[in-house]
Design a protein around this ligand. Structure first.
Ligand code: AHR
Length: 612
């Protein structure tokens, strides 16, 4: 056996690797031993409408409550008495409540998706009269930027009624961009507009959107939208900064559309993909289980184009007949949902000669998307009725009959499937850093003959709203385990990915990427995952660790309950992979303690190493 020892200046997440000493930790890369193949889909992303991920997040549309479906709700002065103000639109206010009043008009709408409107009654007119939208905690105002908007309007005013639309400072004193809409009439009509900021504007989010009215009369509005520039300039598109951050992680797939969001609290609020495609003005929207409405402006096609734009492919989760309030359907009752799933797959990968492939082409994307994996439901281990194995089988058989090439993912483990065959099992782990260290060898002992594993949701939950450095260390230790075992662990996606960091924006603590209307940032976990995703070979190189020091963790709840001794875990976690074409070896080393470690690195086998 040939062994060469090198002192490498590598650093990753808390590591300082310095000159080796006697008995210091050593990592021996066994280049002469065969390593397993790294799954080409190992690192991906997971998404759903949570924490204002799309509305007020990735979906670039800026007007909050654009179709006036949300009415004011809140807490009374004493903080305990909930109130509901029927007829008062949430996130909209009057510029001048003496000169005008406003009310949601349930008899005036433009179509079944936008079946209500806002009626603004202007009694006296001056330039300041009109309505204001708060946006999602403000609007992003940047220099030299063009915003495109539209709205449906009608009026009974006869005195050459016109509107002025603007983005302005909260006190109304600074107008950043503005334009006029003319030609209003007594008939509903869609008006498109655009306005631009000057190159002198200092970026700010402390802004609102105003629609000012110049003459007395009644004005009805619905479906008011405003977009800043979008990623790849897609119409009805997505926020460039967040798209760039995702692309930079080098993800291979996007698990969509959830999560709980797939299931919904009730059947009416499940993810009904057919209601999310086509003209955005005709999408009804629905309630997210996370407590707010989704307009479904980011619908199935936008999801698919998102995957394409970040260089990934979709991992499609289909609604499987179980909703979060515990209701479920089975047997014959589930057949329409199985058909819905088949139609959905056809929309994603069908040729334009198929019904749903033709619909996709009509919606603007003739080319089929790539698809390898379909997941049946989400976290069905919460279904206490025991219906999942039966429901899963119905979906599995129907999908395999038509699309034998697809891998089908179960959301419960092999044992709970009670003999029903699945290709892949989705496992979810939300843990603290200590628990990640304890479990960083979990997959080493998994049965290689059983189904493959998809770690479809995982996170080290420390830090809020976004995770902290300790969480990143837990993540990194866990990723060494997943990567080393990527013959069986073929896909992994962290959750949740996004959080709007404004007060009221977060429903789930400890998220990967935070933002407000103007800015965004990655947590330490984001950078840990980007490093792992970007530096990856196609074969695992076995690594033998020598003299790896250990430290004692605080006793876990389980250890306390069972009267066990506290566990001790390694201070250093590691994994290596090799690109078999270029010969490049990637060694990832994670030092989870707060002191530098002296680590030497050796290679076994006939390897040549460049001197630089
Ligand atoms: O990631 C947040 C939630 O955690 C997901 O919606 C759900 O699948 C899981 O319980």
């Amino acid at each position: 056996m040939k062994r060469k020892t090198f002192l490498l200046a590598l650093a990753l997440l808390g590591c300082t690797l310095v000159h080796a000493q006697e008995k210091s930790p050593k990592l021996v890369l066994q280049m002469d031993k065969p390593g397993v193949t790294v799954s080409p889909t190992l690192y991906g992303l997971m998404t759903e409408e949570i924490n204002y991920s799309y509305e007020g997040g990735l979906y670039a549309q800026l007007i909050r409550n654009p179709s006036f479906k949300d009415e004011v709700r809140g807490r009374g002065h004493q903080g305990w008495q909930p109130f509901f103000a029927p007829g008062k639109p949430a996130y909209w206010s009057l510029c001048d409540s003496l000169a005008s009043d406003m009310m949601i008009d349930r008899n005036e709408g433009i179509n079944s998706a936008n079946n209500v409107s806002l009626c603004l009654n202007v009694k006296e007119s001056d330039k300041a009269t009109g309505i204001i939208n708060d946006g999602f905690w403000g609007f992003p105002v940047r220099p030299k930027t063009t915003y495109n908007g539209s709205m449906y309007v009608k009026t009974d005013a006869t005195d050459s009624p016109a509107l002025t639309v603007s983005l302005e400072s909260l006190d109304g004193k600074t107008v950043y961009a503005s334009t006029q809409i003319t030609g209003l009439s007594g008939e509903w009509k869609k008006y498109s507009f655009s306005f631009s900021t000057s190159d002198k504007v200092v970026p700010t989010k402390d802004t609102h959107f105003r629609i000012a009215v110049g003459s007395a009369g009644k004005y009805w509005f619905t479906r008011v939208t405003l977009f800043p520039p979008t990623y790849n300039n897609r119409p009805n598109g997505l926020r460039p900064d967040l798209m760039t951050m995702m692309r930079n992680m080098n993800p291979k797939f996007l698990r969509l559309p959830g999560g709980n969001y797939l299931e919904g609290n009730t059947f009416a609020d499940r993810y009904n993909w057919k209601a999310t495609i086509g003209d955005p003005d005709l999408r009804v929207g629905h309630n997210s289980p996370w407590g707010y409405r989704s307009t479904d402006g980011l619908g199935l096609l936008e999801y698919l184009e998102w995957t394409e734009d970040i260089g990934a492919e979709p991992t499609l989760a289909v609604f499987a007949g179980y909703v979060l309030n515990g209701d479920h359907l089975a047997g014959d009752y589930i057949k329409p949902f199985v058909q819905d799933a088949l139609d959905e797959i056809e929309y994603v990968i069908g040729g334009t000669d198929t019904k749903w492939g033709a619909q996709r082409a009509k919606d603007g994307h003739p080319a089929p998307f790539k698809l390898q994996y379909v997941e049946i439901g989400n976290e069905d281990f919460f279904d206490r009725s025991g219906s999942y194995p039966g429901r899963f089988k119905q979906f599995y058989d129907a999908i395999k009959a038509k699309y034998p090439q697809l891998g089908i993912i179960s959301t419960v483990d092999e044992k709970s499937l009670r003999g029903v065959k699945a290709d892949i099992i989705d496992e979810h782990y939300y843990r603290d850093a200590a628990s990640m260290y304890r479990n960083a060898f979990q997959y080493d002992s998994y049965n290689r003959k059983g189904p493959k594993i998809f770690c479809g949701e995982w996170a080290t939950r420390e830090g809020s709203p976004t995770t902290n450095m300790n969480a990143a260390l837990g993540d990194a230790a866990w990723m060494t385990c997943m990567e080393r075992n990527s013959d069986i662990l073929i896909m992994a996606s962290y959750a949740p990915m996004f959080v709007n960091v404004n007060k009221g924006g977060m429903q789930w603590e400890s998220d990967l990427i935070g933002y407000n209307a103007l800015n965004s940032y990655g947590s330490p976990s984001y950078y840990a995952q980007s490093m792992f995703g970007n530096y990856l070979g196609d074969k695992v190189v076995p690594v033998a660790g020598e003299n790896i020091p250990k430290f004692e963790l605080p006793q876990s709840k389980e250890e306390k309950q069972r009267g066990m001794n506290p566990s001790s875990v390694p201070e250093i976690y590691y994994v290596a992979t090799k690109n078999s074409k270029t010969g490049m070896v990637y060694l990832k080393v994670v030092n989870v303690v707060g002191t530098p470690q002296k680590v030497s690195i050796a290679f076994e086998g006939d390897v040549k190493i460049a001197s630089k």
